[in-house]
Write a protein that binds this ligand. Sequence first.
Ligand SMILES: [Zn+2]
Length: 243
Amino acid sequence: MLEKVRGIILSNTPYKETSKILQIYTKEHGLIGVMAKGAKSLKSPLRALTDNFTYGYFYIYYKEGKLSLLTQVDLINNFNNIKTDIELISYMSYLCDLTHQVLNESADAEIFDILINGLEKINDKLDPLIITNIIELKYLDYLGVGLNLDKCNKCFKTTNIITIDPDVGGYICKDCYTNETMVSLKTIKMIRMYYYIDISTITSIKVSDIVKREINDFLNRYYERYTGLYLKSKDFLSKLVIK
Ligand SMILES: [Zn+2]
């Protein structure tokens, strides 16, 4: 039976002379393999709609655990602002790679909304580093190494939080502080806001450079230490845009 699913193409591989095999991350079925017959041929209407990062409605004959068959695609958002900016393309590549990794650990449908809402906000010209950090922070829960941003990570008290440290794995209060990295009070508050905010509701976002940098540094170190993920696209992104 023909089914309409909402999804984004995370990767595509040529298959035989004229076809492609797509990995589509869908809201309905999670990550699925899809055969796009003839999609490499110049005449095919699928040709332009089967590249990476195509976000739309996919009409497929769904086969659980096997390759589904693609018949048609209706674009939802072409992410034109992202696709015409090399820096933003790097963010999108990284976020799609990261999502692919997260999906190995969890099939929670919430992940789909986090990714799509984030890409839409980046396409709407919101600060891509802030949006990326928000997504990274939210994904930690699905990677099984979520942060508790309500209390001290050592004594579990909720008062007098004075810093956040990746080695301790979260907040530290005044009484438990020894010699951890210090961050500004704004960073402590803002990272909590990053975690709890619903990305779809963000219309503008103002964060000072120092807070942005402290949160990004924290997340990089936390990811390195607790997730075991290494993504080439992150490496590339760091060299390109994050100074
Ligand atoms: Zn404490």
